[in-house]
Each structure stands twice: as C-alpha cells, then as structure tokens.
Design a protein around this ligand. Structure first.
Ligand code: FES
Length: 137
C-alpha cells in the first residue's frame, strides 16, 4: 500500500519537530481543556486530543497518537483545521474532510475516523466541564 505524498510529509514533519506540531499534553484538570481519548477497534491504536477553549474558540491543541503514520498525519491535519474555530465549526469537520485532504487509501480510512472521534470526545469533555461551571452557582 502506497501512502500519498501528503501523508508522508505530514508524518515526517511531526517526527522531525513534534513540539512545533502540537505533540504533547495539557493538564486535563484545567477547566479550559477538553480531552478526548479514543481507540480504533480495527487495529488497537489510540489517539488523545486536547483542546484549549476560550470563549467558545479553540485557541490551542495538543495530541498524542500511539498508532500508524496515517493516524499521526490525520491528527496533524485535523489540528490545522481546528485552530481558531468555534466548537460548532469543529463539530462540522468529518473524517472524510481529513481523508480527502490527505488522500488516504480506503484501507486507512479508520485512521481518520480516530481523529474525528477524538475531537468529538474532547468537545464533549469540555462542555461537561463548562456545564458544571455554569451550574456551580
Ligand atoms: Fe491503526 Fe491507522 S492503522 S490508526
């Protein structure tokens, strides 16, 4: 199976300079941080994505992927799509957007699903904290 040139470039860019490509971790207890962690049933790989949200805008993002090159490339592509977006705009991004941007082969589509699911969970985690804050008197 041949990876597209875009996947290879993304993957290599992240490996060369992980910090510049948002690899890392925020404190999950921080009320401005939403954390999404998901596993891919197809392969057992895992992705964690964390959003820093201020006034409904995604200000910063960190991720870690214990998975294949296309999962890492998918996370990196997704992060570029997410920065500066509202949570509602972020919810509109699907794995198809990521897969199309990277020209993922069909056998690797589940890697982009991992990225989509991680953002959904991160948004849900942030909203759960936000609701808790709002109801806290
Ligand atoms: Fe597991 Fe890509 S093969 S996420």
């Amino acid at each position: 199976m041949a990876y597209s040139a875009k996947v290879v470039k993304r993957f290599e860019d992240v490996l060369k300079n992980p910090t510049a490509h948002s690899v890392g971790r925020f404190d999950p207890a921080d009320p401005h941080i939403g954390t999404g962690m998901v596993g891919a049933p197809a392969c057992g790989d895992v992705m964690r994505l964390q959003l820093k949200v201020v006034d409904n805008i995604i200000e910063d993002i960190k991720f870690k992927t214990y998975g294949c090159g296309s999962a890492i490339a998918s996370a990196s592509e997704l992060i570029d799509m997410l920065k500066g977006k509202t949570l509602e705009q972020a919810e509109d991004i699907t794995n198809k957007d990521i897969a199309n941007a990277l020209s993922l082969p069909p056998i690797k589509l589940h890697c982009s699903v991992l990225a989509e699911e991680s953002i959904e969970k991160a948004i849900a985690d942030y909203r759960r904290k936000d609701n808790y804050r709002s109801s806290d008197g």
